[in-house]
Design a protein around this ligand. Structure first.
Ligand SMILES: [Zn+2]
Ligand SMILES: [Zn+2]
Length: 311
């Protein structure tokens, strides 16, 4: 029998409070600035890793963002991007059938006083297999997970999002990230989102993130786009901006469909185990300067080419 919460964060019964985080988040929350409060939590998770206190705040704020009737006291509501951010996946509950996910209140509540009315979904109390309201069969509460004798009910605890947003299997520290774009340049906000998607839980201290226009011909397909990016990674390595063997041994390519902004290819280079790049620290440097080099909107941007297309 498969357990369905392998990727979930399991709250310990007790944990140390983090006053630095709590003071700031609590202040923003009382001002109704839930989006900013959640951004503070997100930045904390990115740099410090998983934390019960941070996940506790995240759950409360994310649940406020999933309410159907907006709270008039909230001036800055939580956004859809925040709700879907992979850093919050460990405290989400995912429907095992349709991959709909939600943030349940039960993770931090006292189960004895649990009153369940109109639940978003139910969960097997043995293996944590979960079904959303739409996928539930109201006449049958037996767990559909093969070999499990449990029943679907409450509490509904986090499962992670293994189907929709599986945990990033890479854990190395990062050294360099290159983003290739086509029609819409990458902003810093988007670059941070792409890093969250491609490099969840990887240490990004002191790394350089570049974005550049993809100059391969679109008709040549994704393979040519990848080659173009790898050529650039090799070029940066030769110029000493990526340490030795970065291209051949530590670079992976992550294609991402960025909503409203088109296709992006992200070239993630991990840091080597030893040497200067393994000790990088400080803020991330964003070099997102590669804008189309013309002010004239009517004229298409001139394309600069680093290498000739084969004939
Ligand atoms: Zn479902
Ligand atoms: Zn079960």
């Amino acid at each position: 029998m498969v357990k369905h919460d392998a990727e979930a964060f399991h709250f310990p019964e007790q944990y140390d409070p983090l006053p630095e985080l709590t003071d700031e988040v609590d202040r923003l929350w009382h001002e109704g600035r839930n989006k900013s409060a959640l951004d503070v939590v997100l930045r904390f998770l990115r740099t410090e890793g998983r934390s019960a206190q941070a996940f506790g705040w995240a759950l409360m704020l994310l649940r406020s963002g999933m309410r159907r009737t907006p709270d008039p006291g909230v001036v800055e509501p939580v956004t859809q991007e925040q709700i879907g951010n992979p850093y919050f996946a460990p405290v989400a509950t995912e429907c095992a059938r349709c991959t709909k996910f939600w943030y349940s209140a039960h993770a931090q509540e006292n189960f004895e006083n649990l009153v369940l009315s109109n639940p978003i979904g139910l969960q097997c109390q043995v293996c944590r297999y979960s079904l959303c309201r739409n996928c539930l069969d109201s006449r049958n509460r037996n767990c559909p997970n093969g070999g499990c004798l449990g029943e679907l009910g409450a509490p509904v605890l986090p499962t992670g999002r293994p189907l929709g947003q599986p945990a990033n299997p890479y854990t190395e520290k990062l050294e360099h990230v290159l983003i290739l774009w086509r029609s819409t340049p990458t902003s810093q906000d988007e670059a941070e989102e792409l890093l969250d998607l491609a490099c969840t839980w990887q240490e990004r201290d002191g790394i350089t993130v570049r974005s550049q226009v993809n100059q391969s011909d679109e008709r040549d397909g994704e393979e040519a786009e990848r080659r173009m990016g790898l050529v650039l990674v090799g070029l940066y390595e030769r110029h000493g901006m990526i340490s030795e063997d970065g291209l051949l041994q530590r670079t992976r390519v992550v294609p991402i469909q960025s909503p409203g902004r088109g296709h992006r290819l992200v070239f993630v280079t991990a840091a080597p185990e030893t040497g200067v790049a393994s000790q990088l620290s400080g803020p991330v440097t964003y070099l997102l300067f590669d804008e189309p080099d013309t002010d004239d909107e009517a004229r298409p941007p001139r394309k600069r080419r680093w290498f000739r297309r084969g004939r």
